[in-house]
Design a protein around this ligand. Sequence first.
Ligand code: ZN
Length: 144
Amino acid sequence: MSDSTIRLDLRLGYDHGSGALSDYFRALAEGRALAGRCETCGWTWFPPHARCPEDGGTCKPVNLDGHGVVVSETRTRTRLPFTDQDREVTFVLVAMAGADNAAFGRLKNFSGANATGERVQLVAVAGPLGHPAQAAVFQPVEDG
Ligand SMILES: [Zn+2]
């Protein structure tokens, strides 16, 4: 540090409305998958969109069963946005049953070497989150 600089640690907090995503975030925290289906092309998006990214059609809410298959994964040590601690995280891209896109999330309690191809399901998340979107947490489905 030179003589001409001073260190300032700032913290800013405010209440940010979640608007049209309120129902999605509420469902996500409970482990439910609320998607949106386009009335024009019929595509189902998870997370939902108010308007279809493909054609601008109106999307209506639709519930999925919360199951899917991991199509890719990234393991790293990182600090999630709006949180204070680094942690080991397995980020996953999940092809949700009943959706036409893939959803981004995290994997909970996975001990295997490779999650790609694993069947997973969305689970409820307890405890505070840095952002409600961080409740997109999946766990492997036990076969049997
Ligand atoms: Zn559409």
